[in-house]
Design a protein. Structure first.
Length: 182
């Protein structure tokens, strides 16, 4: 991919995240309820948001993944992000990730935008499999994944180590042949 793709849904525009978005990213990544199941600590300064944006854009430039900013059609303000990382090209699989500022939780946003990036992954990135790793207690994320077609495949015991502890993960996956394109 040479040019960052912009995607649209009925209510949202998914676009490249810019350094100008660092204030919005910092605002919600500084909330413990957002980072509770994330593999990083809550932000304490704006530079952390700027660095995260740099990493996301570097991943795109190096053809290792892609992260979109979720913006309302009515205003160009990032309310969350979604995208892909951990791309195993030789296996045609990738990991999906997302987060949203709490003000917009439980409004069907992720179930609207995730299918758009899934279709992009299957149609444009040559993917056969999309995976998600979710802590068992993260019921909101688990419900989102199930609503958009992912299947729970099992629990990976002490799969990751963060915040000074080993963390179990539920593995979810979606195969191209199982996905129902809209």
């Amino acid at each position: 991919m040479s040019q960052f793709p912009t995607l649209e849904t009925e209510r949202f525009i998914l676009r490249q995240i810019k350094q100008d978005d660092s204030q919005e990213i910092f605002q919600y990544f500084s909330m413990d309820e957002v980072t509770k199941f994330y593999d990083l600590e809550s932000f304490t300064n704006i530079e952390q948001a700027e660095e995260l944006i740099r990493r996301w854009n570097q991943r795109f430039e190096n053809n290792q993944g892609i992260r979109w900013g979720i913006t309302l059609r009515s205003e160009d303000c990032v309310i969350g992000t979604c995208g892909f990382h951990g791309w195993a090209k030789n296996h045609c699989k990738i990991e999906i990730g997302y987060e949203l500022t709490p003000e917009y939780w439980r409004q069907g946003i992720m179930t609207e935008v995730i299918p758009k990036i899934i279709e992009f992954g299957f149609n444009n990135l040559g993917l056969n499999r999309i995976e998600a790793f979710v802590e068992p207690e993260n019921m909101g994320s688990r419900k989102v994944l199930e609503k958009v077609g992912f299947t729970e495949e099992g629990i990976l015991k002490e799969h990751f180590y963060w915040r000074n502890r080993f963390v179990d993960n539920v593995l979810y996956a979606l195969l191209k042949k199982e996905y129902k394109f809209r």
